[in-house]
Design a protein around this ligand. Sequence first.
Ligand SMILES: Nc1ncnc2c1ncn2[C@@H]1O[C@H](COP(=O)(O)OP(=O)(O)OP(=O)(O)O)[C@@H](O)[C@H]1O
Ligand SMILES: [Mg+2]
Length: 260
Amino acid sequence: MVDPVQPGAPTPPKLAVEHLSVRFGAKTALDDVSFEVRDQEIYAIIGPAGGGKTTLLRCLNRTINLQSAAVVSGCVRIDGVDNRTIRPEPDVRRRVGMVAPLPVGLPMSIYDNVAFAPRMSGVRDRTVLDAKVETCLRQAALWDEVKDRLDQLGTRLSGGQQQRLTIARALSHDPEILCLDEFSIAVDPVTTMRIEEVLRELRSDMTIVLVTNLTQQARRLAGRTAFFLQGKLIEVGETEALFEHAADDRTRAYVQGEFG
Ligand SMILES: Nc1ncnc2c1ncn2[C@@H]1O[C@H](COP(=O)(O)OP(=O)(O)OP(=O)(O)O)[C@@H](O)[C@H]1O
Ligand SMILES: [Mg+2]
């Protein structure tokens, strides 16, 4: 059952989360969360551990389905279309890319890591694959470091390089929305800054949802920031306004680093 966008209707937001709740048994991980993300926006999600940030990202690309214990209500729309109606279902994962906190390298060469998705979608022409691999590695600011050793195992790269390889792989699906879950948890500050630069450049091509435990990272990158606490969206606002004049005491305490 597809619910198409009506002709003549105003353009829907790139991403709309509507009354989304997720329970794991008696535990409520997300509690009636609603917000919208605009096209070509970097939207940051901040908040203490256990607040539901990762669960939310899993709802965006529907990997939440893989967790049989999860009971989900409400919906997520991409360009106005309920993501449960998108067929074939793996298309949701292609359109909503995901970068996990720790690099997840496939046990194959650097080249094959990035060529994997295009090959799966039927690309066989070596010239096309070469160009795709180069573009994605360049976009992830990794090309110069690996261009002479594309046949080397991806898992032999440094942690920071592997995280950029993960980003290159996410980009190889041509995502419309790129989600990153605390990407800098295992990378050094210099790599973090390089990836931040990458995200600024990618913004003109896609929408970015950035879950970060570094509040200053949200401040450096995001147009708007949402603060999550214990499964609830407490407050969302233009990033500078949220950091300077949060409406809610709990948001203010968190962004000022006073949260226990
Ligand atoms: N598969 C699961 N089974 C049971 N409970 C879960 C499961 N996944 C998440 N939870 C619970 O849901 C809540 C939200 O978890 P989630 O991982 O989304 O939080 P988070 O904001 O990403 O935290 P962190 O900052 O530590 O990554 C937590 O209480 C967690 O224990
Ligand atoms: Mg998390």
